[in-house]
Design a protein around this ligand. Structure first.
Ligand code: BGC
Length: 861
């Protein structure tokens, strides 16, 4: 058993493996390209010459040319001005890999064959590593690959906080804590930008739900805004000099966030002194005057007929010509675009060319995925802990669960990645175990009504997820369409029991095997199923009686399934497909009893965690809870391995003896999962989110602050674990929790001073010893408690952390520095940070609910 040592990451970075050249790639496919790289006008280092160059270029531009630079000229392009040698800029999603090439003027794929990229573990996994070196590695790969794809802005990382477990985009971000996100995003941005590409932190600000994401009005109080929702953006600006920032879709106090004077002019560009570009998300609700005057620099993706119709195109020119908007306002925006161009070397002949799909990048993906895996529970059963598995004692292993063989790269929305390959958990296990071990794979189902599996669904939602499209009509005649939506599974539950729903649900189904398929339907109401226009099943029922119908279908052929339902309850369409697709209870339980090891790869997929839609509840979909409980009843050593990007309820958690959380682990996920399951990597991840027992325990739901109109952020600064502590609610697993295959002792807390004054720093140190038999890593987390404060403050707030890698028996010291800002809250009376005199308690912990050492100091203002 060994752990991946920090030194190997350093080695990769210091050997320059992430920043050297190999400029093959896609220029052949492009219709327009960046103009040839030119010699920098000056031989000075870039940072010194940037401002001079910007001014010189600005002087050469006409008013119309300037306007052409502040709005899109393609889906992901900004105009070139050949007359003066300004190159076209290329942008691309996204946070965990460079997205495939999209058509210049529409959303379809450009059909390139050489636009694959390394699919990196999601940022949740970086956050779970609590390791800045993983953030650097992630950034190095993303930056180098973006450059190799000739991109100038890479649209990531994202740092909106996981306030609500249902939020569809939690999987793209860095967890629930502002300081954890801030401390990891800074090295990540620096690493991206070191590759001569602009990072674009998103979405500024307060994008914490997808429910009515373009209309919801975010109304946090000022203190909550400053202490919780802004610190990661602030750190990105002040400490990482981020060059791009994307505004969010939502409103902030009644105006779109992109044109909020307070968010943009007062805070971002005022107080923080941001010098980069603020660009819109794709198609936001803005207006020319406010957007121009309140700081928006670049408009992207607006859904209008021509690029001239963009708010910051002809309408802006007209406003300037009419004297309603000063030219200086436009100049400031153009300066920022040019500043990015010069800063990333677009005019230089020494701009780094990047590299892509290298073995080093794939290795990096594996390391990040492995370091983010969180061992939630690992009890002793018999004489030893369930994990790690001992390969030599396994002859027969049972693998179940919807994520066993699922790939996740091409789902989720704009963050999809077309990767060269993706190792599924099952593929990883097969490679690990080789030919001699019998790996039995089963699709367990709880009843014959398990909905048609999503790998049979060929129709797609725009986020890439297999989807059934639903149309809601006013009445049974289906002439007046009320709304449209989509779901992943062939089942429907009415949300409104008082009124009858009149829906039509359609999907393209592509069978995997030819033969007789037994369709099983249960519905309360009027139900009809047509396949390719022919009525196959039609009935009216007042209870959920099961009806079956056999039909011969051919493999690999598309069938148009159309369901019409008039009712106010529910229906499910399940099937038995040929080839023993499913295993029923008796079969999978017998196999689980007999196996040497049972692994259930459950969790979510991008049918649940996806852009534009929140999850309807916090439960594992499709009877997973029921199946897991049954497996645990027959085999107490069943390992529950969850792949998900946001919290799920785990009603079986007490019963389980081994639970692992693996995130969406990128193209090397399966290898990384096996590394941990078999002890080749000792897990060291810690949860960057709280795992609540139930949805109603979470603040937005408990406080009834989740709807499509407005978000009041009623819990204030008590986000995540701070709320659970305040309300004394025990979650299933706490923020910061994560076990190891070894044990650690944290001792000898020391503060550099017992008393400090305004402007001083305080250093907290402690010793960490690996007291177990194998190498491993521990994350020491520093929480601070302001003992007497004039405002309501959390009993603990994360302020820093240090991860140490230790051989058996080895001790090392951890060191975390506190500044005055760490002691402060946002004072609404002075509109500034305030550290109040008095006693502060330092809590050193290995999770938010496991404080190991405490020590107090005094602060004098
Ligand atoms: C997303 C952004 C993304 C953009 C471009 C939007 O739907 O919210 O995060 O960068 O699309 O694809």
């Amino acid at each position: 058993m060994f752990v991946l040592l920090k030194s190997s990451f350093f080695l990769l970075v210091s050997l320059g493996l992430f920043a050297c050249s190999e400029n093959k790639t896609e220029t052949t496919n492009k219709t327009t390209k960046n103009p040839p790289l030119q010699q920098s006008p000056s031989q000075q280092p870039r940072s010194e010459s940037v401002e001079q160059n910007v001014e010189a270029m600005l002087d050469k531009l006409s008013l119309e040319e300037k306007v052409s630079l502040v709005h899109a000229s393609g889906k992901f392009h900004i105009n070139a001005i050949e007359r003066v040698g300004i190159p076209e800029m290329w942008l691309s999603d996204g946070p965990h890999g460079v997205r495939h090439q999209i058509n210049r003027h529409d959303w379809a794929s450009a059909g390139w064959t050489d636009d694959h990229s390394t699919y990196l573990p999601h940022l949740t996994s970086v956050a779970a590593s609590w390791d800045p070196e993983m953030a650097i590695l992630h950034g190095e790969v993303l930056g180098a690959e973006a450059r190799d794809r000739k991109k100038d802005f890479i649209l990531g990382p994202g740092v909106n906080l996981a306030r609500l477990p249902l939020y569809g985009r939690n999987f793209e971000y860095m967890g629930e804590d502002p300081i954890l996100a801030a401390k990891l995003v800074v090295p990540q941005i620096k690493a991206i930008q070191k590759n001569d590409v602009a990072a674009t932190i998103k979405h500024y600000a307060l994008n914490t739900q997808e429910l009515n994401r373009t209309g919801v009005n975010a109304k946090p109080d000022e203190r909550t805004l400053r202490e919780v929702y802004l610190p990661a953006f602030e750190a990105a600006v002040k400490d990482a000099n981020v060059l791009g920032m994307m505004g969010s879709y939502n409103e902030y106090y009644g105006t779109n966030a992109n044109q909020s004077k307070h968010l943009v002019m007062d805070i971002l560009k005022g107080e923080w002194g941001y010098q980069g570009v603020l660009l819109t998300d794709w198609n936001v609700d803005i207006n020319t005057h406010d957007a121009a005057m309140y700081g928006l620099d670049l408009e992207m993706g607006t859904d209008v007929a021509t690029y001239d119709d963009y708010f910051l195109a002809q309408p802006l020119l007209k406003e300037i010509q009419a004297g309603n908007i000063p030219v200086s306002v436009l100049d400031d925006k153009v300066r920022r675009i040019l500043r990015v161009q010069y800063a990333i070397g677009m005019y230089d002949n020494n701009r780094l060319p990047g590299k892509r799909n290298t073995e080093e990048h794939q290795l990096a993906a594996r390391k990040i995925a492995a370091e983010g895996i969180v061992l939630l529970k690992n009890n002793v059963v018999g004489v030893k802990n369930v994990l790690p598995l001992e390969q030599k004692s396994i002859k027969n292993i049972l693998v179940l669960g919807p994520n066993a063989n699922k790939k996740h790269g091409t789902g989720g929305g704009s963050s999809e990645v077309k990767s060269l390959y993706e190792i599924t958990p099952l593929a990883g296990l097969k490679e690990q175990l080789g030919e001699e071990v019998n790996i039995q794979v089963m699709r367990a189902r709880s009843s014959v009504l398990a909905p048609i599996a999503s790998d049979y669904v060929a129709s797609r939602h725009w986020t890439g997820t297999p989807a059934w499209n639903i149309s809601y009509y006013k009445d049974q005649a289906r002439k007046e369409l009320l709304s449209e939506s989509w779901i992943v599974d062939s089942k429907f539950k009415s949300l409104n029991s008082d009124n009858t729903d009149h829906i039509t649900m359609k999907a393209t189904i592509k069978p995997l095997k030819s033969g007789v398929h037994k369709l099983n339907v249960s519905a309360v109401g009027d139900f009809t199923l047509k396949i390719d226009g022919d009525e196959v099943v039609s009935f009216t029922s007042e209870d959920s009686t099961l009806l079956s119908h056999d039909i011969d279908l051919k493999a690999e052929q598309d069938y148009a399934f159309e369901i019409t339902y008039d009712g106010n309850t529910t229906f499910t369409l399940g099937w038995d497909a040929p080839g023993n697709l499913f295993s029923d209870e008796a079969e999978y339980l017998a196999a689980a009893k007999a196996a040497d090891a049972v692994i259930y790869f459950g969790g979510l997929s991008h049918g649940d965690d996806r852009e534009s839609i929140d999850r309807p509840d916090m439960k594992l979909p499709n009877s997973q809870d029921e199946i897991i409980s049954k497996l645990l009843n027959v085999n107490e050593k069943t390992i529950v391995f969850l792949v998900a990007g946001s919290a799920v309820e785990m009603p079986w958690a007490d019963q389980a003896n081994a639970i692992v959380w693996g995130w969406y682990g990128g193209m090397e996920a399966g290898h990384a999962f096996s590394d941990v399951l078999f002890g080749e990597v000792n897990p060291s991840g810690k949860m960057p989110i709280t795992l609540p027992e139930k949805l109603t325990d979470t603040a937005p739901i408990a406080l009834n602050d989740y709807n499509e109109t407005e978000s009041l952020y009623s819990e204030g600064v008590f986000i995540g674990y701070r709320w659970f502590e305040q309300q004394q609610i025990k979650p299933t697993f706490a923020f910061g929790h994560g076990l190891s295959y070894t044990n650690f002792e944290v001792s000898d807390i020391k503060l550099s001073n017992v008393s400090i004054s305004s402007g001083d720093k305080l250093t907290v140190t402690a010793q960490v010893k690996n007291t177990g038999a194998v190498a491993g890593a521990e994350v020491v987390q520093l929480y601070l408690h302001d003992k007497v404060a004039s405002v309501d403050r959390p009993t603990k707030e994360l302020k820093g952390f240090d991860k140490v890698f230790l051989q058996p028996g080895e001790s090392k010291s951890v060191s975390i520095e506190l500044t005055e800002r760490d002691l402060s809250f946002w004072d609404i009376n002075t509109n500034d940070w305030l550290a109040e005199s008095g006693e502060f308690e330092v809590q050193l912990a290995t999770s938010s609910d496991n404080i190991k050492l405490r020590k107090s100091f005094n602060y004098t203002n």
